[in-house]
Design a protein. Structure first.
Length: 163
């Protein structure tokens, strides 16, 4: 049975495709790619059909990650097939929980940085869209820092399914 994770930001061209690429790489490195499916979406549909922001692509490629991506909008009907919905900031968290058809679906939504023990109280990944490349580098650092904790949580869930 496949475990499905979807990363969600606003337009699905900066933060969520970056998180998707990084986490997919971690899943593959862990040998879990046959058990875990990773994708991303946006809370809005402004960029549906577009590729990732060129700055996202540049930062990902500079750090050895894949950058294939097509933006899409998150749909409430997806909750039924997803195991975990990862919001990139508290605004996305609230929007996704409001969109969730059931309380069980709302419980699937978590903030990415909640998986980073060093994150402290500020669990938002800042939107780099209106800034320079430094914001995209910072976004990548935050995503990479949270990925081991997220992978551990997914691995724990997979082991629980097998038990």
């Amino acid at each position: 049975m496949t475990y499905r994770v979807c990363f969600v930001c606003t337009g699905n061209i900066c933060r969520s495709p970056m998180a998707e690429s990084v986490f997919r790489a971690r899943v593959e490195e862990a040998g879990l790619d046959s058990q875990v499916e990773v994708d991303s979406a946006g809370t809005g549909g402004w960029h549906e059909g577009d590729g990732a922001d060129p700055r996202t692509v540049s930062v990902l490629e500079d750090h050895g990650y894949g950058s294939e991506h097509t933006a899409r909008q998150f749909r409430d009907s997806w909750f039924a097939r997803l195991d975990l919905v990862i919001a990139l900031d508290s605004g996305h968290l609230k929007a996704l929980r409001r969109l969730a058809p059931t309380a069980e679906d709302a419980a699937k939504v978590r903030l990415l940085r909640s998986y980073d023990p060093a994150a402290g109280d500020d669990l938002d990944v800042p939107d780099p869209y209106y800034g320079g490349i430094d914001g995209f580098e910072e976004c990548l650092e935050m995503v990479e820092a949270a990925s081991p904790g997220l992978l551990a949580a997914v691995r724990e869930h997979l082991e629980g399914r097998a038990a």
